[in-house]
Design a protein around this ligand. Sequence first.
Ligand SMILES: Cc1cc2nc3c(=O)[nH]c(=O)nc-3n(C[C@H](O)[C@H](O)[C@H](O)COP(=O)(O)OP(=O)(O)OC[C@H]3O[C@@H](n4cnc5c(N)ncnc54)[C@H](O)[C@@H]3O)c2cc1C
Length: 244
Amino acid sequence: MVEWHKATVAEIHDETATARSLRLKIDDWPGQLSGQHLDIRVTAPDGYQASREYSIASGASTDPDALVEVSIEELADGELSPYLVRGVEVGDMLEVRGPVGGYFVWRPEQTDPVQLIAGGSGVVPLMSMLRTHAAAGHPTPMRLLYSVRAPEFVFYMHELMQLAQNSNDSVMLDYAYTRQTPDGWPRSAGRLTRDEVVQLTLPPEQNPMTYICGPNSFVENIAMWMVDLGHPAERVRTERFGGA
Ligand SMILES: Cc1cc2nc3c(=O)[nH]c(=O)nc-3n(C[C@H](O)[C@H](O)[C@H](O)COP(=O)(O)OP(=O)(O)OC[C@H]3O[C@@H](n4cnc5c(N)ncnc54)[C@H](O)[C@@H]3O)c2cc1C
């Protein structure tokens, strides 16, 4: 059985008005691959415990002393995320179990082009892949299609821009805003359509490995379209965060 590790909240920063990143110092942490997640457990003073899964945003690492970043979006009616986003302070202790997952991972040894598709906070494990790609100075094309409510809900905005700028054109970013766009944006706000997915993703002829992450219905629709467009099902990997 995977054991629980003590984790100290070492750093906190806001990603958006409703989400923040926690950097954790986790005792005896074995490191992680890009795309893996961990479980966070919180114990109330009366002994009540709750745990939830969170993807790891930090790049791949084997350094047990490296801080491990998670980025959490608050669900207003949720049990744990409001506490993790607004209640936790630097120095607080949590418990963490993991890393978990071996399928939804990208390793720098992979040389095929990569298509990443995120819905909302589903960008978190994909950010880990982009960070690992950047740290390795990887020449493989990595394209991110990021569906997000509005510009102010974009996670990692400046870092994403810098990763693309410093990537020698190997990283491409496409944003699809669902509710509100920046001024003068060429695409109107709305959910991604199948035709847009054709235009904004690497074609099957390039044989990309595709990683899709976000709410259940987003992942199901986009994965169905990708397979329908000719991507082999085994090259379309998915991670579902829950919700509608
Ligand atoms: C493998 C995995 C990785 C995850 N990684 C992240 C991450 O990096 N960042 C992050 O913010 N969340 C992530 N989640 C979601 C997270 O585990 C929790 O479900 C989320 O924080 C809500 O927990 P809660 O206790 O606040 O809400 P709960 O009290 O558990 O649920 C409240 C309601 O919200 C719904 N709901 C749960 N998740 C979502 C969602 N993502 N979107 C819309 N509705 C939802 C539930 O179905 C329920 O009806 C991940 C989930 C999985 C399975």
